[in-house]
Design a protein around this ligand. Structure first.
Ligand SMILES: [Zn+2]
Length: 273
């Protein structure tokens, strides 16, 4: 699943690779997916997009916004560039074919949005519209004071995972990047927020900022693929790649458990409960 670091990298790569290309044809929903979300009828995407030119890409949370003249495509799915002559995938939830015979395919992994709307309209999806009102954890506006403002009378009952990665409290921060953030802060994902010390809360904030920054600077996580199909350069400490292996800090074996609608990974040495 793409999360903020991968969205940053994809937006950069799209700016370098797709800017100036004219959309010849857009095919949406060719392979129907239960958890693919479109704005209105995907059958209309071609009339909305054909003839438009890609102007720029930016990211928000875990969404890559591609501007094609007056339209915005907001994509939070796997994106792949296809040079001219490349074999196009049979299954996809969106395919943009360009006038120069290159293409961009979009594929939903677990779930994801493929929104298409006029620049002057809203994204058309409650959670993302809500998230768009909040500062990205990668931006300077997301500072210690802003982080402090995320606490209210109910957050004490939440666990560290629920606090960081649910309700879009922090735009785009999901179950993927969460693992290394909590490892860096030395906090077990199941610990209650009310039980964390002041210095642990400070460590949590610093880890959100530093880990996301490092992941973005290194081209995304090694568990995800970029626009050209290459894994990111950030080596995950806690992920499906490292479960059962020794922690680089203390040597304890990295554990995996199901928790709150997804897997958690942790080091029992560095993150005692
Ligand atoms: Zn450890």
């Amino acid at each position: 699943m793409i999360e903020p670091p991968e969205a940053v990298v994809l937006a950069q790569q799209i700016n370098q690779t797709l800017t100036g290309k004219q959309i010849k044809r857009a095919t949406a929903n060719q392979s129907p997916h239960k958890f693919a979300w479109y704005t209105g009828d995907p059958a209309r995407y071609n009339e909305l997009l054909a003839g438009k030119t890609i102007r720029a890409a930016s990211y928000f949370a875990s969404i890559v916004d591609i501007k094609a003249d007056d339209m915005i495509l907001g994509l939070s799915v796997l994106l792949r560039y296809h040079p001219a002559g490349d074999k196009l995938p049979k299954k996809h939830q969106l395919l943009l074919e360009f006038a120069d015979n290159t293409a961009l395919s979009a594929t939903v992994q677990m779930w994801g949005g493929l929104f298409c709307f006029k620049e002057t309209e809203k994204g058309g999806f409650k959670d993302t519209d809500m998230a768009r009102q909040k500062p990205s954890p990668l931006s300077d506006a997301f500072d210690r004071a802003y982080f402090g403002g995320l606490f209210d009378e109910n957050t004490g009952k939440l666990t560290a995972k629920a606090f960081l990665a649910t309700e879009q409290r922090i735009p785009g921060l999901g179950n993927g990047v969460l693992q290394d953030i909590l490892w860096t802060a030395r906090i077990h994902p199941r610990r209650r927020m009310a039980d964390l010390s002041r210095s642990e809360i400070g460590a949590m904030y610093r880890a959100v900022k530093s880990v996301l920054k490092k992941m973005s600077a290194q081209g995304g996580r090694d568990t995800e693929r970029d626009l050209f199909g290459f894994p990111g350069g950030y080596t995950t400490v806690l992920s499906k790649n490292t479960v059962g292996k020794p922690c680089p800090e203390c040597g304890a074996l990295i554990q995996k458990e199901a928790y709150l609608g997804g897997s958690i990974y942790y080091c029992p040495g560095c993150q005692p409960i």
